[in-house]
Design a protein around this ligand. Structure first.
Ligand code: B12
Ligand code: SF4
Length: 556
C-alpha cells in the first residue's frame, strides 16, 4: 500500500493529518515497560517528592495512542507507575508496547504476559526500530516513526486483532509530517505521577556521531512541529501541574532559524505562566555561539541543558566524528550557557579507542574545572546499525558475553575500563564534591535566571501543602539523617539568603538521587557501567524472547 509523498519523504495526507476510519470497535491496551534505575531516572528522589512514581511520560506511545480512532477504546498503563494486570491484558483485543534497548527484558516480559492472555502484541519505539531481530516473539513490529506503517498496523488490527500466524514487520517509508502529529494522549495519564514532563518539537539530527543511532532512527534532516502545536502541549502540561518540561529533541538547535521562531512564542508563553514551569533541552555545544538564542532561552526560563560532550580530549572527538565540539573551547562554552542561567548536564563516555591511562584523570580534571553538577558517565557501547558497530564488527571487536557491561572489545583491558569508570563515578558523586559544584552554580548560574514577576501567585494552598511536605521529608532524610547534612545546610543557607527557595528543592532532590544511587548501586557493584542496553547476548537466553526466524512484511 503506497501513499503519495512529498520530496521530503513525508506522507501527503489531506492537510497532513493522520486519518484512519475503523470498521470495528477495538480495545487496545498500551503498556510502556519498566526501565532500569539509572543516573538519568531520578528514582531515589521520588519518595521525597511524595506522589511521584516515574520519571517522564512515554511520549512515543502516548503519540500513538492519540492517533488511534475515537471508536477504539484505549487503556494506557506506564508500568513505571503501576503494573498492567492479567485482567488488563484480557480486557484488550491487542496490546501495543514500546521502549528503548535498555527496556528489552521488560518489553519481552510484556509480550510474554500478553501472549499468556492470548492477546497479540504490536511493538514499536526506539529499540524495535533499530533492532527488530531482537523481538522474534512480537506479533507485529513497527519500524520507524509514525507514518504509512502505523496506518497499515491500524488497518490490520481493525480487520483482525488476533495473533497473526507469522511475525509481521512493517517499516515506515513515508513519515507523517510533524505538523500533523497530534497532542500526545495526556488525558490517559496522570501528569502528577511524573517527576517531569516532556514535549517533542523536532525529530532528527543533521550530525553523524559515530556511536549514535539517532540519525538512523529519526533521519538527518530535522523536522518540526509548529510553535502552535508545542504551545498547546505545554499549556496542557502546565495546567496539569508539571513542574518542569524537557524538550526531548536530540538537538534543540538543529536549525537555529526554526529554534528562534519557537523561542519567540515560548517567551510569550512563559510570560503567561510566570516561571511556573522550568524548561530544559538537549543541544550541541554550538548553542553557546548564538547569543540571541540564549537570550530567548533565558527569557523562556530554560534552566537546564544537556550537552553530549562525550570527551574533553580532542583526539577522541575527532575519532568519533564529533568535531563540532571543538569549534570553541568546551569550558568557555559551558561558561557562556551558565551566564544565561542554564546549568549544563554533561554526557561523557569512557572506552574510546583514543583513551589512555591518563583519560580518567583528564575527565576528573574536566569535571572539576567545568563545575557542572550532573554528569551521565557511561562506558562505550556499540548500538546496532551505527557506524561504530559496523567498524568494530569488521574489526572483530564486537563481543557477545553476558558477563560484560559492553559489547565493545576496548583497546585498553576491559576490567581496567570498568574499574576506572566505577572509581571516577564514585568520586564525582561524593557529597562534598557534588555540593561544591552546586555551590559554584549558585554563584555563577542561578542568579542569571529569569524570576517570576508575581512569586506569590504560585503560593496556592495546594502548592504550599506540597512544598511543605517535600521540605519536611528533605529536612528529615538529608538535613538530619544523612552523613552529608553539613554541606546540605551550607547550600540551604546561601540559597535562602538569596531568596532562591526553589533551588534548595531542586539541588537537594537531584543530589539525593545521585548520591544514593552511587552509593547503593555503583559502589556496591550492582549496576553496570553502561546503560545503553542490557548486558548483550547473541540471542536472549530467557524463554520470554526466544530466537526464531524473523519474517519481514505481511504473511503470504
Ligand atoms: C526522553 C528520553 C529518555 C527518557 C525516557 C523517558 C520515557 N518515559 O520515555 C529517559 C531519561 C528515562 C531516558 C533514558 C535513557 N535513554 Co533515552 N531518550 C530519550 C529521547 C531523548 C526522547 C524519547 C522520546 O520521547 N522521543 C519522542 C518520541 C515521539 O519518539 P519515539 O519514542 O521514538 O516514538 C516514535 C516512534 O518510535 C513510534 N513509536 C514509539 N512507540 C511505539 C509503539 C507502537 C506500538 C508503535 C506502533 C509505534 C511507536 O512512534 C513515535 C512517533 O513517531 C530519545 C531520543 C529520541 N530522539 O527519541 C532517547 C533514546 C530513546 N534514549 C536512549 C538511551 C540510550 C537512553 C539511556 C540508555 C541513556 C544513558 N546513557 O543512560 C537511558 C536509559 C536509562 C534507563 N535506565 O532506562 C537511546 C535509545 C537507543 C535505542 N535504540 O534503544 C535514544 C534513542 C537516544 C540515543 N540514541 O542515544 N531516555
Ligand atoms: S550524539 Fe547528538 S549530535 Fe551526535 S548524532 Fe547523536 S543526536 Fe546528533
Amino acid at each position: 500500500m503506497k501513499r503519495p509523498r512529498n520530496n521530503q519523504g513525508e506522507m501527503t495526507f489531506p492537510e497532513s493529518t493522520f486519518q484512519f476510519k475503523p470498521l470495528h470497535m477495538r480495545r487496545v491496551l498500551c503498556v510502556f515497560p519498566k526501565y532500569a534505575w539509572s543516573f538519568a531516572t531520578f528514582n531515589y528522589a521520588f519518595p521525597l517528592v511524595g506522589n511521584v512514581k516515574a520519571f517522564m511520560p512515554p511520549q512515543g506511545l502516548l503519540t500513538i495512542a492519540a492517533l488511534m480512532p475515537e471508536r477504539w477504546q484505549i487503556r494506557f498503563i506506564d508500568e513505571n507507575t503501576q503494573p498492567a494486570t492479567e485482567d488488563d491484558m484480557r480486557w484488550a483485543d491487542a496490546v501495543f508496547t514500546s521502549g528503548m534497548h535498555i527496556q528489552r527484558e521488560s518489553i519481552c516480559d510484556v509480550i510474554d504476559r500478553a501472549h499468556r492472555a492470548g492477546r497479540s502484541v504490536v511493538l514499536g519505539g526506539a529499540s524495535a526500530s533499530s533492532a527488530p531481530e531482537w523481538y522474534p516473539e512480537a506479533d507485529i513490529i513497527h519500524v520507524g516513526e509514525v507514518g504509512d506503517a502505523t496506518l497499515e498496523i491500524f488497518e490490520l488490527i481493525d480487520q483482525n486483532p488476533g495473533r497473526p500466524p507469522q511475525q509481521i514487520i512493517l517499516r515506515t517509508s513515508q513519515r507523517l509530517p510533524m505538523t500533523g502529529f497530534p497532542t500526545p494522549a495526556y488525558h490517559l495519564i496522570d501528569i502528577r505521577d511524573y517527576f517531569l514532563c516532556s514535549v517533542q518539537f523536532s525529530s532528527g539530527c543533521p550530525n553523524g556521531c559515530e556511536f549514535c543511532d539517532v540519525p538512523i532512527l529519526y533521519g538527518r534532516r530535522a523536522r518540526y512541529k509548529t510553535p502552535a502545536q508545542v504551545i498547546r502541549e505545554l499549556d496542557i502540561l502546565a495546567a496539569g501541574g508539571a513542574p518542569s518540561v524537557h524538550f526531548v529533541d536530540d538537538n534543540f538547535i538543529a536549525d537555529p532559524k526554526v529554534t528562534r521562531e519557537l523561542l519567540d512564542h515560548l517567551v510569550i508563553w512563559q510570560d503567561k505562566w510566570d516561571c511556573q514551569v522550568r524548561l530544559s533541552c538537549e543541544a550541541t555545544l554550538g548553542l553557546a555561539q548564538h547569543p540571541d538564542i540564549l537570550e530567548r532561552m533565558r527569557d523562556s526560563y530554560f534552566t537546564n541543558v544537556f550537552c553530549g560532550i562525550e570527551s574533553p580530549e580532542s583526539e577522541a572527538l575527532r575519532a568519533i566524528k564529533k568535531t563540532f565540539n571543538l569549534q570553541m573551547p568546551i569550558l568557555g562554552a559551558i561558561d557562556t550557557l551558565n551566564r544565561y542561567g542554564m546549568e549544563v548536564a554533561v554526557g561523557l563516555i569512557m572506552g574510546f579507542d583514543t583513551d589512555t591511562e591518563k583519560t580518567p584523570l583528564i575527565l576528573a580534571d574536566f569535571i572539576r574545572a567545568s563545575q557542572t553538577p550532573v554528569h551521565t558517565l557511561n562506558i562505550l557501547y556499540a548500538l546496532p546499525k551505527t557506524p561504530l558497530y559496523k567498524r568494530l564488527e569488521q574489526a572483530g571487536r564486537i563481543v557477545f558475553d553476558e558477563s560484560r557491561d559492553s559489547n565493545v572489545k576496548f583497546l585498553r583491558p576491559y576490567e581496567k575500563v570498568v574499574a576506572d569508570w566505577r572509581d571516577l563515578i564514585s568520586k564525582v558523586y561524593e557529597p562534598e564534591a557534588l555540593y561544591q559544584r552546586y555551590a559554584t552554580q549558585a554563584i555563577k548560574t542561578y542568579p542569571n535566571r529569569r524570576r517570576p514577576r508575581f512569586p506569590l501567585r504560585q503560593a496556592t494552598p495546594r502548592n504550599l501543602r506540597r512544598a511543605f511536605s517535600i521540605f519536611a521529608r528533605l529536612i528529615w532524610h538529608v538535613g538530619i539523617c544523612s552523613d552529608y547534612r553539613r554541606v546540605f545546610w551550607k547550600m540551604f543557607r546561601t540559597q535562602l539568603r538569596q531568596g532562591l527557595i526553589e533551588n534548595i528543592f531542586q539541588i537537594a532532590l537531584v543530589a539525593y538521587h545521585l548520591i544514593s544511587y552511587t552509593r547503593e548501586s555503583v559502589a556496591a557493584g550492582s549496576i553496570h557501567a553502561c546503560h545503553f542496553a542490557p548486558r548483550i547476548r547473541p540471542q536472549l537466553s530467557t524463554s520470554k524472547c526466544r530466537s526464531s526466524t524473523v519474517l519481514e512484511g505481511l504473511p503470504k
